[in-house]
Design a protein around this ligand. Structure first.
Ligand code: SF4
Length: 283
């Protein structure tokens, strides 16, 4: 039987427990009404593009990250140019040194992105984790989606592309844990069918599952249970936030969902992929 995990409750939240969850020994709290996560505060109530399925090619992540890094280099160069008279008063060599540093940053950024692209294309972890999906890559997640928004691309598309790149790199590393060292994190917005599917997987592999009603509770569950690896399910927005918070500290495989009825309600997911993620981590 999976280890029981209690999900924190909020007093105003009506909750029900699914039959399969009870069978699996899990205490699950599910809202029956839509309550938007803060990531969706600005949602206008209209149907989401492509029926909430933001699966896309990874080109958006690479393109917008490259543009973002180039923009940082350009802003740096303009700043140095505008300040160079003052800088030269401090030390005559200072503007030149800063220009060189700016060029080195550009070269390092281009090389890094090329190596991430090569890792992605070859399915091989070419960089140490802290220079890839457990470090530098996490710092570019927001950059790419912000740049995408400047070009009119809704962040969910870019976030999906970024999570796909992250996931490929995380998959390329070997990391095995026992069932009681793995934690499955799922959101409160899954459809009944999706929830039952996840619970079935959790039961078959004897893995604890935590239904996170908020990102803070997910982090709390990780602090308390101290898993050695996590399989997390969330929408693209929540996934990017969660990865930035957690993936630097422990191995995480993240699975994004589809939102056919809008955010925070009746989400569906690829259960075959979910099971593959669980199996990937188990000894
Ligand atoms: S994971 Fe679900 S509940 Fe959380 S913000 Fe995304 S859509 Fe809303």
């Amino acid at each position: 039987m999976p280890n029981p995990v209690n999900s924190p409750t909020t007093p105003e939240t009506p909750a029900t427990a699914s039959a399969s969850a009870r069978q699996a020994g899990l205490l699950v709290k599910i809202e029956t009404d839509r309550r938007l996560g803060h990531e969706w505060d600005e949602w206008d109530g209209k149907p989401l593009p492509n029926a909430g399925d933001f699966r896309t090619t990874t080109g958006k992540y690479f393109l917008f990250t490259a543009v973002g890094l180039a923009g940082m280099v350009a802003v740096g160069a303009v700043g140095i140019y505008l300040l160079s008279p003052r800088l030269a008063q401090l030390a005559s060599w200072l503007p030149r040194a800063l220009y060189i540093a700016d060029v080195m940053f550009a070269a390092a950024g281009a090389l890094w992105l090329a190596l991430i692209g090569l890792s992605y294309a070859t399915d091989r972890a070419l960089l140490p984790g802290r220079f890839a999906e457990r470090g530098l890559l996490l710092k570019t997640l927001r950059l790419s989606s912000r740049v995408g928004e400047v070009f009119g691309v809704q962040r969910d598309w870019t976030d999906n592309a970024a999570v796909t790149v992250y996931e490929r790199l995380a998959w390329a590393r070997e990391w095995r844990v026992r069932a009681n060292e793995l934690l499955i994190l799922i959101p409160r917005c899954l459809s009944r069918a999706a929830l039952d599917g996840v619970m079935d997987i959790a039961k078959r592999y004897d893995v604890a599952t935590f239904v996170a009603t908020r990102g803070a509770y997910a982090r709390q569950a990780i602090r308390e249970r101290r898993p050695k690896a996590v399989v997390a399910v969330a929408c693209e927005r929540d996934m990017v936030s969660g990865l930035r918070d957690v993936a630097g500290r422990l191995p995480v495989l993240g699975l994004t969902m589809q939102l056919p009825n809008g955010p925070c309600k009746d989400a569906s997911l690829d259960l075959v992929k979910m099971e593959a993620f669980v199996r990937k981590y188990l000894k």
